[in-house]
Design a protein around this ligand. Sequence first.
Ligand SMILES: Nc1nc2c(ncn2[C@@H]2O[C@H](COP(=O)(O)OP(=O)(O)OP(=O)(O)O)[C@@H](O)[C@H]2O)c(=O)[nH]1
Length: 438
Amino acid sequence: MVTLIVTCVQLSADYQHTKTGIDNELMAMDLTFGASLASSTWRFQGDVQKATLTGISNLPVVTGVKIEDPQGRLVLALGNIYDGNGKQIHVDADGVGSPVTADFLNAAIGHRFPILYRDEHNVSHDIGSWTVYSSRHVVVKKVAYGFMLILINSIIKTLVLWFIFLYVFQRWLGTPITKLSSFVREQDLNQPGTQQDIALPGKKQHELHFLADAINAMLASLRKHMAQNRTLYDELQQEKESLRALNKSLELRIAERTRDLAQANEQLRLLSLTDALTGIPNRRCFDQTLEQEWRRCARNGRPLTVALFDVDWFKHYNDQYGHIAGDEVLRKVASMLQQSVGRAGDTVARFGGEEFALIASDTDTEAGLSIVHKMCDAIFSLHAPHALSQFGRITVSVGVASCVPPAHGGDINTLLQAADAALYRAKIAGRNQVVVAE
Ligand SMILES: Nc1nc2c(ncn2[C@@H]2O[C@H](COP(=O)(O)OP(=O)(O)OP(=O)(O)O)[C@@H](O)[C@H]2O)c(=O)[nH]1
């Protein structure tokens, strides 16, 4: 671009210089041809005039020439001239004029000179004027050659400068920058032990050496931080492993504790349903079992029998043998009652105090009586001495009640009350006997 601008400036100056030169040449023509033209015009020597004009028009800088009389009328012309109307025309050797296309290059530069003839008395006569023309085309043609030289010169200079610049750039900048970028690209900070620095050739005196030093420092810092990160990462992994192990052991302990808790709950549940003194189901268990069996028999339309056992004259027994002995008897009675029930589904429970109860599902009165008698016989067979009893041993009175629970409604308490009423009657009737509810 700079070359182009410089060339244009140079060309413009050259154009102006050439134009001035042509102007000067045209101006000087009057000195050369003025006298000849004045003489031939004064003497009306048309041939000489024409020959002179042909000679003038053959000059390289001249494009046209014309002679006019003192009144401004065209006398003789050759080449491109302006006529009396100011129009540009071309006059050939035969004096025939033809119009010329007006354009920038054809625009004529003319110089008009008076034709003065000095006679033998040294008197000056104005006998007309002559005008010589050149054009921009002539100037451009002259300049073109110079322009070509200037252009070629500029191109060669530019190319040489470019090659020098490229060589210097490549030698001092391109190669080191490529080396630096390859070095940075090849660095793998995740590979410990590949530590190396970059060193540029030459003395450390220009910016690229400073850049290389900065890159080396930066990489050293990055490597140091990466090593620290790796150590931290390893520590974190170890922490993670130990946490995982801890978590696993905690899970095992929780599972163990959960199992223990479930066992403890089960034990508690069993304890809450077991009578502490005798080890057989307690009153709560009796109530739950009776309710379940009541519903089951109601669904199946099956009979259900309940029996209430009460140890006879037990207050007297306690009084006679002591409370601890009384506890022992209660344990024996409970154990015997439980052992003597026929089926696994029958439930014997401590009803409260010295009272026990039997639940026999799918059992009518007759079958229930059979079981109850068997149980009473077992108690009687214990031969547990009771000095204050008329039977001399521990006996029980029993009230038995049976029903088929209704599918809807019905009241368990009614059945229990019936059994209790039967038990009361057994007591009234003399004890050690079984009474069936009415
Ligand atoms: N040793 C002992 N005695 C108990 C227990 N529970 C209740 N008793 C006693 O059992 C006795 C029951 O007496 P009562 O209700 O008068 O009846 P009974 O003396 O058996 O007379 P009848 O039932 O009419 O034959 C009371 O003295 C209670 O203290 C117990 O767990 N252990």
